[in-house]
Design a protein around this ligand. Structure first.
Ligand code: NAI
Ligand code: 15L
Length: 266
């Protein structure tokens, strides 16, 4: 493709995508609120607040694909969540509708279903059970993507990312971990398949301890290769086993279920 936009490009996953997706497009357009440093050979850097409708419109114009990572990535006050993840998402899809309907990979989250017990096995059709205002905002994003697909034909992969870090950080992540290699391979598939639609995809590696069933998205041809099990001994040796009634043991969303509602300071 000619131009691939990555929002949230200064963040954890955005930096990985910036380093590893250059081959996918003639130009990477990288955007964030935060500093993006110096542009590389095939890079365009755009400082943009997702809440700024006109700026997002200009950001999306001329892009053939979007990896949408930008937004608040943890629980916060409603104001912060609403601005970045609700208003920002709407601005992005309105811009996409006006500028050629580029295909989108949307970084949703396991916190859309975080209140399911870890004993549950989930497929793409289960009712959502968000565990936080953050999780609710990701449910909104999935609903918005679905509506823009049904009404306007914009294709989106709604990826309920588990825990995408270099290594699993705790015992819960033995189930939720998504390796960087597997994430990059997923992005490549999403933009390679002739028809995408608007699937829900659980973003986790090939973990023995998985809770999630991706069979509804089998046509995508994404076959994650890494397995968090390789880190179990290391985690056992370095971390104490959490109490059996700890949120990190009971719920798929782990500690997010224990988050209070964050009230804005007046
Ligand atoms: P991050 O917090 O490191 O990166 C998010 C980026 O978005 C930041 O660079 C931030 O400056 C930018 N941003 C925030 N508000 C913005 C606004 N109003 N306008 C423009 N940019 C804004 O998060 P990370 O870990 O890289 O995650 C990327 C995406 O993936 C997020 O949407 C997150 O919710 C989602 N995700 C990540 C998971 C993970 O394990 N890393 C798990 C599940 C979902
Ligand atoms: C998320 O949605 C967060 O963005 C990330 O920082 C992790 O907390 C991840 O979920 C997780 O559940 O491990």
């Amino acid at each position: 493709m000619k131009r691939l936009l990555i929002t949230g490009a200064a963040g954890g996953l955005g930096s990985v995508c910036r380093a590893r997706l250059g081959h996918m497009a003639d130009t990477l357009r990288l955007s964030d609120l935060a500093d993006l440093g110096v542009a590389g050979p095939n890079e365009e850097l755009v400082t943009c607040n997702l809440t700024d409708k006109a700026a997002v419109d200009a950001l999306v114009e001329g892009c053939d694909g979007i990896v949408h990572l930008g937004g608040r990535s943890l629980e916060d006050t409603w104001q912060v969540i609403r601005d970045a993840n609700i208003e920002g998402m709407l601005n992005l899809y309105e811009a996409a509708r006006k500028h050629g309907s580029p295909r989108i990979l949307y970084a949703s989250s396991n916190h859309t279903i975080g209140y399911y017990p870890q004993s549950a096995r989930l497929d793409a059709d289960v009712r959502v059970r968000p565990d936080s205002l953050y999780g609710v905002s990701k449910v909104f994003g999935e609903a918005l993507a679905t509506m823009y697909h049904d009404k306007f034909g914009i294709e989106t992969a709604c990826v309920r990312i588990g825990s995408c870090f270099p290594e699993p950080r705790n015992h819960r992540m033995l189930s939720t971990w998504l390796s960087y290699d597997d994430f990059i391979a997923l992005i490549e598939r999403v933009f390679a398949v002739p028809v995408l639609g608007c699937p829900i995809i659980y973003g986790s590696s090939n973990n023995d301890a998985t809770w999630w069933d991706n069979s509804a998205a089998a046509d995508l041809g994404w076959r994650p290769k890494d397995n968090a099990e390789a880190y179990r001994e290391q985690l056992d040796a370095t971390l104490s086993t959490p109490a059996q009634d700890a949120p990190d043991v009971l719920f798929q969303g782990g500690m997010f279920t224990a988050e209070p509602i964050h009230e804005a300071e007046s």
